[in-house]
Design a protein around this ligand. Structure first.
Ligand code: URA
Length: 288
């Protein structure tokens, strides 16, 4: 029997490390060894909105020219299958009757490509049924490794923010709009966020908190339907319909942003005080 050469293991390990580096950096497309002059390729599909060839003049100038059929077809097919995936996600999420069932359903769900590059599903931390539920954007490297949200540097800041108003991980419930780490910590695409949305919506419904806190713009946009940036929406109160009832929802600055812009902590502090006030005012009040 022939053995692999001694250096084989080292080379394989180096290639594996290089591949892991590419995945971490967000590279998801393999390129050829030889360069291509894309401008010289005659059959290159035209970017959306550009005509491949001059369209024949319409016989009636009031009628639009016929659409270029073939380039549009694959895009339509992709959109249809994304819709089907979103429908499947909705049905799967609706079928879960407890947070544990939801976690299992999510772990078995293959409709989001992020699952393929993530190490772990990052479902939640904290206490199900807590009065406060915080929802971030997506797990980072540390969260992916540990399978828990907000355990990296921004998580440590979040812990300090919570403690400033008398809360901790045991007294809140924490999740993300997307439960798998996007490669290289990039922002989840709108498609990824849309596919995962039924799961976080069901998670909120099953947790049934008194107050929902959206951490950062992507979370506020996905859950509160706002279009403006977080600096405009932070500090405002919204009604979030869980499906069972309307709960109060607050958008605030993401801890990762505060690590980059520490001067903005004063705004986050205002939001935290507003959250504390609402919790105190509604303590013991019947839900509804
Ligand atoms: N940032 C997030 O939005 N979520 C995490 O879990 C960690 C960092």
């Amino acid at each position: 029997m022939s053995h692999p050469p001694a250096e084989f293991g080292a080379r394989e390990a180096a290639l594996e490390a290089l591949l892991a580096f590419y995945v971490d950096a967000g590279v998801d497309l393999a390129l050829d060894e030889a360069p291509h002059d894309r401008f010289a390729e005659p059959d290159r599909p035209q970017p959306r909105g550009e005509q491949a060839r001059p369209a024949p003049a319409p016989s009636d100038p009031r009628q639009p020219a016929p659409a270029a059929a073939s380039p549009a077809a694959p895009a339509f097919a992709a959109a249809a299958s994304a819709d089907e995936t979103a429908l499947a996600a909705r049905a799967t999420a609706r079928g879960a009757t407890s947070l544990e069932e939801l976690r299992e359903a999510l772990a078995a769900f293959d409709g989001c490509a992020l699952k393929a590059t993530a190490k772990n599903l990052v479902f939640a931390d904290g206490t199900p049924g807590a009065r406060v539920m915080l929802v971030g954007e997506a797990p980072g490297r540390e969260e992916d490794i540990q399978g828990k949200p907000f355990v990296g540097r921004s998580g440590q800041l979040l812990d300090r923010m919570l403690s400033a108003i008398g809360l901790d991980r045991g007294s809140v419930y924490i999740a993300n709009i997307v439960p798998w780490r996007p490669p290289g910590n990039r922002t989840p695409t709108p498609q990824e966020a849309a596919i995962c949305r039924p799961f976080i919506e069901r998670q909120i419904e099953l947790c049934d908190p008194d107050v929902l806190v959206c951490l950062g713009g992507p979370s506020a946009q996905a859950l509160l339907g706002v279009r403006e940036g977080i600096l405009r929406t932070r500090g405002k109160w919204f009604d979030y319909e869980t499906g069972r009832r309307a709960i109060r929802a607050l958008a605030t600055l993401h801890p990762a942003y505060l690590l980059r812009q520490p001067a903005q902590k004063r705004l986050a502090w205002r939001d935290l005080r507003a959250l504390r006030k609402v919790l105190d005012e509604t303590a013991g009040a019947p839900q509804g």
